[in-house]
Design a protein around this ligand. Sequence first.
Ligand code: DP6
Length: 326
Amino acid sequence: MKPMEVTATAHPNIALVKYWGKRDAALKLPAMPSLAVTLDGFVTRTTLRWGARKDRVFLDGVEAAPGAAKRVLDLLDRFDPGRPPCEVESRNDFPTAAGLASSSSAFAALALAAATASGRGLSLEALSVLARTGSGSACRSLHGGFTLWRMGVRPDGSDCHAIPVEAHPDLDLRVLVAVVDEGPKALSSTEGMHRTALSSPCYPAFVESGEPLVRCAAEAIGKGDLLGLLTFMERSTRLMLSAMWCSEPAVRYLKPRSLALIDEIEAARGEGLACGWTLDAGPNVKALCDAPSAEALASRIRRHGVRVHVLGVGGPARVEVPLARP
Ligand code: DP6
């Protein structure tokens, strides 16, 4: 069989209303709906050779450790249990496993590459379901813009995927990613959320907040109500962080500098900039703001000695069309 080589790209997404806990760990079905924005600027580029000599996985240019390779190959097996051997080469142009949502873009790009290289087109919903089985948040990165990951009701998870959320044309959002620490996190999201769900007395309050906050945030996005959106995002983030902290032992990704940046962003808001903050499973702080506030906010954050990426809203995952050979 002639190998089929396909390259797909996807952008990571950042949750505005958070996912942190599963109702089914094997299928990666969430215990709450969530809402996110896809980022431009950061990208994962994944090349898949469908029909290679043997299974091999390379991440950022080096052969992947067995655990990471298994996660990739497991997704391909779920997609097609009778598949040929595959070679996967995936590169991020941003830090991996540092709470910058690298698994969201990685599994979205992989799902799209697998569906394309195998010659079996999948609907966007089916691609989102497949990406979800690699990493929950990846289901949101097939889409560009704002996305809502619905919980679905079917036990097999076939209706548990992301759908786009229409944004008001005036909502011109920037996401500032402040890199407090770009090293890989000590506790994976999968383990951290499992521990939180099992042991945190604050977890039920976080789960309950998901549905109403997703509804309010989607409405704010539709109306172009940035301040409303920031309020719902911070509330969801604080509930998630509280649930993490009350776990046994505590799930804590924050560093002192993360808190200093939260103070800075809140001070900037007090002085009239339209901005808010969020964190995920890592110490890196993301600030959301309107386009006119972005540079002023970025320079305030840089004064704390951290690197800041100023990103916009990204597009959907795509297949790269190979350049024709002369
Ligand atoms: C804090 O999607 O990485 O970023 O489904 O176990 O692979 P698994 O977890 P993952 O968790 C992301 C958690 C979060 C919040 C979010 O993206 O909604």
